[in-house]
Design a protein around this ligand. Structure first.
Ligand code: SF4
Length: 81
């Protein structure tokens, strides 16, 4: 079982652009959805990793196009004082 899980993680490392964030997924979902620990994409990772990463990156990119640093005078006094 351990070897199959490691093989699945290795397959993800080789094949998936999201690996650096995901780390290889959930073995239980791989077994349930794909029938093997030695597998890659599942609906679970597509919805809980890939979609979240895509949406976050799209949002960050959209903000980078419009974001401008604000001066302290524009921001105003700290609400913590
Ligand atoms: S997102 Fe899915 S396919 Fe990619 S590394 Fe994670 S489990 Fe593997």
């Amino acid at each position: 079982m351990r070897d199959e899980v490691a093989e699945g993680v290795e397959q993800c490392r080789r094949a998936c652009a999201y690996f650096e964030v995901c780390g290889g997924g959930a073995p239980s979902n791989k077994l349930f959805e794909n029938g093997s620990f030695a597998s890659t994409e599942t609906r679970h990772c597509a919805y809980t990793r890939k979609a979240v990463i895509d949406i976050t990156l799209e949002f960050m990119e959209s903000q980078m196009n419009t974001w401008r640093p604000q001066s302290a005078a524009t921001i105003g006094p700290s609400p913590l004082r």
